[in-house]
Design a protein around this ligand. Structure first.
Ligand code: NAP
Length: 291
């Protein structure tokens, strides 16, 4: 195992579960000093404890992780979190991973849900970059990592807000990458396909209620630890645009969405259960909301 992050401070948002938790464990094995953020303090403390065990087991020399709970959908909480970060010294790498998904058609999605998804998945990372970037430019170094999605590369049915937010996020970071050429700042955007986490449970369903159930595609998805390894590799030397857990079907879907958008719309509607397989038209919206 390469201990390629000794002495580096990494801030991970959305670190209490899923891909964020896996990145915390992986960064610990690589010797990083971690600051972990999400809303749930107890869950973050459990991850920090897991990191302490991992540091000992791997003899990585990683110092104990710091827990910094914050509701990143709130501008005030973001400002307070960044003030607290400044007091801890410079952040070398910010992995802006906190996110929420959705499972509802556009007309079933109340404006409040649309705003909630945009607030966390797009507004929050943009605001955090606004706060972190001046220090990185001054130091002439730093890495910013955004976690977009396959839904940020191709429009996905039952995810109009999520897909919009993840496209916007990718566009923002790609634009920033060009602006920052020659500053020593590295921008990585990751596009996971299906990764085995609990994201489907918290996804906002029709009327804005969390779905509260697993999604078979997500629960049968790729290993979060493998995704974490690839993201942390990319921060140092890997591709700047990183597709994760992208099987053959995902790659074919992406190809279709670019070259044959009508066929992609048709196939993805069937995949999402909007048009039942074997039928040429939709009855009502099926309530089978999958990944
Ligand atoms: N899993 C997949 O298949 C997949 C695919 C494509 C993209 N992604 C992206 O990967 C990222 C991580 O998701 P995941 O799959 O690991 O799901 P997850 O386990 O549900 O992780 C989401 C994280 O975001 C945090 N979070 C939610 N609301 C927050 C808020 N208001 N303020 C601060 N933190 C908040 C959650 O912690 P708290 O509840 O403690 O706040 C949790 O740590 C997301 O951006 C997601 O869109 C995942």
């Amino acid at each position: 195992m390469a201990k390629d992050y000794p002495g580096k401070t990494i801030w991970i948002t959305g670190a209490s579960s899923g891909i964020g938790e896996a990145m915390a464990l992986e960064a610990t094995r690589r010797g990083a000093r971690l600051i972990l953020t999400s809303r749930r303090r107890e869950a973050l403390e459990a991850v920090a404890e897991g990191c302490a065990h991992e540091a000992e087991r791997s003899s990585s020399g990683a110092p104990p992780a710091t827990v910094l709970p914050a509701d990143l959908a709130s501008p005030e909480a973001r400002a307070a979190a960044c003030d607290a970060l400044r007091r801890q010294g410079p952040v070398d790498i910010a992995i802006l991973n906190a996110g929420i998904s959705q499972r509802a058609t556009f007309l079933e999605t109340p404006p409040e849900s649309f705003s909630a998804v945009m607030a966390l998945d797009f507004d929050a990372p943009v605001d955090l970059v606004r706060r972190l970037l001046p220090g990185m430019i001054e130091r002439g170094s730093g890495s910013l990592v955004a976690i977009s999605s396959m839904a940020g590369l191709a429009g996905a049915p039952l995810r109009p807000a999520y897909s919009a937010a993840k496209h916007a996020l990718a566009g923002f970071f790609q634009s920033l990458r060009s602006e920052l050429v020659g500053t020593g700042i590295r921008i990585v955007v990751a596009y996971p396909g299906y990764v085995r986490t609990g994201i489907a449970r918290s996804a906002l369903g029709p009327g804005g209620k969390p779905m509260g159930v697993e999604d078979p595609h997500i629960s049968g998805g790729g290993d979060p630890a493998a995704a974490a390894r690839r993201i942390l590799d990319a921060v140092i030397r890997g591709p700047l645009e990183l597709k994760l857990a992208f099987g053959i079907k995902m790659r074919f879907g992406l190809f279709l969405s670019r070259r044959l958008p009508g066929l992609w719309a048709n196939m993805s509607a069937r995949h999402a259960g909007i048009v039942p397989r074997g039928q040429s038209s939709r009855p009502a919206i099926a309530d089978k909301r999958r990944a």
